[in-house]
Design a protein around this ligand. Structure first.
Ligand code: SAH
Length: 215
């Protein structure tokens, strides 16, 4: 299959018409081989307009959702970014194209291991993954210029707000278990402002400051 042509088609039909305009984001979506982040039998679907299953009942988000979240992070290239919910590692790869350093936390060890293998094989050197409850953040590496949660949260975990830099942006799907709204939090002079964006559906954020179980 001509995956490069599929990526171009994805950008032209799913991202640009829906308003994604940051050239750096569009270039990253054109570059990162999304098909390498799903199992081989699913590769032909990797550039379709939908979320796909990965292992352990988790999902890799729809391309548009990855693009809009990335655009809302306003990355310029020098940022230290924290991602909660490594999953397949695809969003981490997109972030690594656009920021300086990416730290990603995944609670399921097998997913973290596979993501690490893939990212290493593709050649990323600026992504660091650890297995832990990401609702606690990554205190040793904080503060972060950007924080992105890629699982649905009942509220923003307090430790994450605390680990956000001055002028930092935190993005998360916040809501109930079945649907959420993308929330963008900006910290300026210690004051937090919140903006609400598109509705979305993510698998639950499970942890001390998230949902208590996966059910
Ligand atoms: N960003 C991923 C998709 C994430 S799916 C990608 O690009 O493929 C959501 C992920 O969040 C799942 O892998 C799930 O196991 C993980 N997750 C849920 N709760 C978590 C927590 N408290 N800490 C870290 N990861 C968590």
């Amino acid at each position: 299959m001509d995956f490069e042509a599929l990526r171009e088609f994805m950008v032209q039909t799913q991202l640009i018409p829906r308003g994604i305009h940051d050239k750096r984001v569009l270039d990253a979506m054109l570059k990162v081989p999304r098909h390498l982040f799903v199992d081989e039998p699913m590769q032909f679907k990797a550039y379709d307009d939908m979320a796909l299953s990965i292992d352990e009942n988790q999902t890799i988000s729809q391309p548009y959702m990855v693009a809009i979240m990335t655009e809302l992070l306003e990355l310029k290239g020098n940022e230290k970014v924290l991602e909660i919910g490594t999953g397949s590692g695809y969003q981490a790869a997109i972030l690594a194209e656009l920021a300086k350093e990416v730290f990603s936390v995944e609670r399921i060890a097998s997913l973290a291991g596979r993501a690490e293998e893939r990212l290493y094989a593709i050649g990323y050197k600026n992504i660091h993954i650890k297995v832990d409850d990401g609702t606690l953040g990554w205190p040793e590496e904080s503060p972060f210029d950007r924080i992105i949660i890629t699982a649905g949260a009942p509220k923003i975990p307090d430790p994450l707000t605390g680990q956000l830099s001055e002028n930092g942006i935190l993005l998360a799907p916040v809501g109930d278990r079945s649907s959420q709204q993308l929330m963008k939090m900006i910290k300026i002079k210690g004051t937090i402002t919140e903006e609400f964006h598109t509705l979305c559906v993510f698998v639950p954020l499970i942890g001390k400051h998230g949902w208590k179980t996966g059910e």
